[in-house]
Design a protein around this ligand. Structure first.
Ligand code: HEC
Length: 155
């Protein structure tokens, strides 16, 4: 090995170590940090499917019954997930969750259940493809988001 090759080998080894330790740093997130990322991720997915439905209900986007039903189905399924991310001690850090969640956990869970029930009902209604029936049920889902955000999410 000449000097050039040695230098190259050292540089390569240093890069590998940096890559590995970056990956490890990621794994070293605390359970609380991971829970915060998890619930935010779940809400992002919910929003992704909720947005197009809102646009159709408002008439900003042309109503497509099949697309609407798919989005309603996705929100109903995803509604089961964010609750898992509100673990004890995850009220600090990069979060907009108010600490009241943990002092009013029963109420918080009830609000989450209301959301799940209304979202499941919307998925059922949406199968019918009738906007006149969909609109009020979509409204109930929207209310369930707002009711919880009002109490438990920083604006
Ligand atoms: C039972 C309570 C509850 C319900 C129901 C709820 N949310 Fe949330 N949502 C929260 C809380 C708390 C946060 C703050 C999360 C955090 O930052 O830790 C949040 C955050 C979000 C965020 C921001 C995510 C981020 O990256 O900061 C979006 C978007 C969102 N919610 C959309 C919705 C929509 C849309 C619905 C209804 C279809 C909904 N939420 C229903 C409690 C709720």
């Amino acid at each position: 090995m000449n000097l050039f090759h040695k230098a190259l080998a050292i540089a390569f080894a240093a890069t590998s170590i940096a890559v590995v330790s970056n990956a490890m740093a990621d794994e070293q997130k605390s359970p609380e940090e991971m829970a915060i990322e998890y619930r935010k991720g779940a809400f992002h997915m919910i929003k992704y499917h909720f947005g197009p439905m809102a646009a159709m209900v408002k008439g900003e986007k042309e109503f497509n019954a099949e697309e609407f039903a798919k989005n309603a189905e996705a929100v109903a399924a995803l509604s089961k997930f964010p609750g898992n991310g509100f673990i004890e001690g995850s009220d600090m850090g990069k979060t907009e969750t108010k600490a009241e969640v943990w002092s009013n956990m029963d109420d918080f869970k009830k609000k989450m259940e209301t959301f799940q029930v209304e979202a499941a009902s919307l998925a059922e209604t949406a199968k019918g493809g009738d906007m006149a029936a969909i609109k009020p049920q979509f409204g109930k889902v929207g209310e369930s988001c707002k009711a919880c955000h009002k109490e438990y999410k920083e604006d």
